[in-house]
Ligand binder design. Structure first.
Ligand code: 3PG
Ligand code: MN
Ligand code: MN
Length: 613
């Protein structure tokens, strides 16, 4: 779908255009935006009784920015963050916390930490959907997974072919879960799979570094039990998730190629007789960690790879989350493919755990249907910002324009996830998606400021251009650097994110009276940088066997802040007092109000009220 990268002159950067939509959607959009369709459904939102239209709204998402008790391992607290501090202290009735984890964002339980997919889904959709993790749990529990079209499709390969399972070996619950893999192995063998190979990706990002060893041990035990039952089941290849396979948003295709070579071709720089030996040995190299383990293949006594993927085999990618599986799914599913030399393109039956991209229908076969997230706030707003298609050039102030800004590493967060796991935009004449290319091939603790200032400056330029009614920005620093576990670098990252908020908003506020008169919403998608150490039940930092604190690289269960303000905000607007349990899904209705609209009645309630002064 994504076809061309077009320079935008005044922003000195690039905009993605979606050709197949440009041709047809203008007409469709015009029809739809006239209001009632044949079903009686209308995109038209009611006017807000008290809040005016036409304000520029900047929505800033600080990725991985949670609220937690102040201490030395709370990098947001330690970092100098005057902008965020002033939002908190400056107007208490316009600052609050919202839930960003667990059932509040559609995860199976309140022990599940938040993540970007579920966080941005909730922010954009305004409702809480049962997410992939939960849908897969249900499908496995009820056995429905084995009755679906996807499983029947791969089953045809079980007679003569091998079943390959590729995915993240972890119980992080962000991209995959180990217990789901265990159930799938058991279920597939009970439903006819006789030869099974698992291609593992070690984690150390959503779970502790070093935990790969335990997961591999457990998996090898499970596979040994299957072997006792006469099933030929082995681990065939592996590698660290950030170096092998799980790139995202087409940041670095070499990552996917390394995985392809090991998983499909059976080739890798490291060869071992067992995965446990592989992981233990590779972790001994200086600086090695689970996230970045090099690719390896498991070989038999003759040095031959035990499980390359060949014609007639079945393949399942068992991650339920889309972003870091889409690239491999393309390589496995697309006949036409030019991102790297696949050498061989085996004729396989391939299914994803879920369908990863509803718009691209990728992959075409899948085991569990993804959440059907529809009527997202972005789509409503686009439909409500324009009276007729023809007026967009002439009467700018009636048009709602969205500008989305992000680094490549978060490309899909404020677009794909925000729009309900839908690639592309709703109307290319109304939306611009601007990507600031991320550095590739580095761990972000080496450059913790990332591109925050570039993003902020583009946001400032976009706000002042007055071409856009909503400018949506993702600042990735707290999250991307938090995942490295480098506390000092994460402190620098938090400061950089705070500085970026200042650059984009301060200018807006200073220039606003005469120029823009806008409104800002600053929030986050989940916690990360505020808790960088593991703790025991008493709250004391846990130590490893050498007496060092155990670093937490993952997200957290913490709530996140939301602050609103700006000269365009009506004086009587404040957060309601009666929604103590509100979460990220309440933000969409809030933003719609700030654009001067009532939210649809099935959206989670708005966080704001307007009192008469
Ligand atoms: O994919 C990742 O980087 C982590 O597993 C989760 O981080 P995110 O949810 O912030 O993207
Ligand atoms: Mn995130
Ligand atoms: Mn993250």
């Amino acid at each position: 779908m994504r076809v061309s990268l077009i320079p935008i002159d005044d922003l000195d950067t690039y905009m993605y255009m979606f050709d197949d939509e440009i041709q047809n959607d203008s007409f469709m959009f015009e029809q739809k935006s006239r209001g009632m369709g044949s079903s009686g459904f209308s995109w038209k939102l009611k006017d807000h009784p008290k809040l005016a239209k036409g304000k520029t709204v900047a929505v800033v998402v600080l990725d991985g920015w949670g609220e937690a008790n102040p201490n030395q391992y709370n990098c947001i607290h330690v970092a100098d963050t005057p902008t965020m501090d002033s939002l908190k202290k400056g107007a208490p009735e316009r600052w609050r916390l919202v839930k960003a984890h667990g059932t509040a964002v559609g995860l199976p339980s309140d022990d599940d930490m938040g993540n970007s997919e579920v966080g941005h889904n909730a922010l954009g959709a305004g409702r809480i959907y049962a997410q992939g993790a939960k849908l897969v749990d249900i499908a496995l529990e009820t056995g429905k997974i084995y009755e679906g079209e996807g499983f029947k499709y791969i089953k045809e390969s079980f007679v003569d072919g091998m079943l390959h399972l590729i995915g993240l070996l972890s119980d992080g619950g962000v991209h995959s879960r180990f217990d789901q893999l265990q159930l799938l192995l058991k279920g597939a063998s009970e439903h006819g799979a006789k030869r099974i190979r698992v291609h593992i990706l070690t984690d150390g990002r959503d779970v502790s570094d070093g935990s790969s060893v335990g997961f591999v041990e457990s998996l090898e035990n499970d596979l040994a039990k299957l072997c006792e039952k006469g099933i030929d089941a082995k681990i065939a290849s592996g590698g660290g998730r950030m170096y092998v396979t799980m790139d995202r948003y087409e940041n670095d295709w070499d990552v996917v190629k390394r995985g392809w070579d090991a998983q499909v071709l059976g080739e890798a720089p490291h060869k071992f007789k067992s995965a446990l030996e592989a992981v233990k040995k590779l972790r001994e190299s200086p600086g090695a960690n689970d996230q970045f383990l090099p690719p390896f293949v498991i070989v038999d006594d003759n040095g031959k790879a035990v499980g390359p993927i060949v014609d007639g085999d079945a393949v399942v990618t068992f991650n339920f989350r889309a972003d870091r599986m889409v690239m491999l799914a393309k390589a496995l599913d697309y006949e036409k493919f030019d991102k790297f030399d696949r050498v061989r393109f085996p004729k396989i039956r391939y299914t994803g755990m879920l369908q990863y991209d509803g718009e691209l229908k990728l992959p075409s076969h899948y085991l569990v249907s993804p959440p059907e997230i529809e009527r997202t706030s972005g789509e409503y707003l686009v439909h409500n910002g324009i009276r007729t298609f023809a007026c967009r050039q002439v009467v700018r102030r009636y048009c709602l324009f969205l500008l989305l800004l992000f680094e490549t590493v978060k490309f899909g967060h404020v677009t794909f996830f925000w729009n309900g796991n839908r690639s592309g935009c709703f109307n290319p004449d109304m939306e611009e998606y601007v990507e600031i290319p991320s550095d590739i091939g580095i761990s972000f603790n080496a450059k913790p400021k990332m591109k925050a200032l570039e993003i902020a400056e583009k946001a400032r330029g976009a706000i002042l251009s007055r071409k856009f009614d909503q400018v949506r920005v993702n600042l990735p620093n707290g999250d991307m650097v938090g995942h490295t576990g480098d506390v000092q670098a994460t402190i620098v990252a938090c400061k950089a994110a705070d500085e970026a908020v200042k650059v984009s908003l301060l200018r807006m506020i200073l220039d606003a009276i005469e120029q823009v008169g806008g409104i800002y919403v600053v929030t986050a998608d989940h916690g990360n940088a505020e808790v960088m150490v593991k703790r025991n039940k008493k709250g004391e930092p846990l130590l490893d066997k050498d007496g060092n604190v155990q670093i937490l690289t993952s997200h957290t269960l913490q709530p996140v802040p939301i602050a609103i303000g700006g000269p365009g905000l009506a004086p009587g607007v404040r957060f309601c007092q009666d929604l103590p349990g509100a979460g990220l899904a309440n933000v969409a209705a809030t933003v719609m109000n700030l654009h001067g609209f009532e939210a649809p009645s099935d959206y989670e309630p708005t966080l704001i009220e307007v009192y008469d002064e």
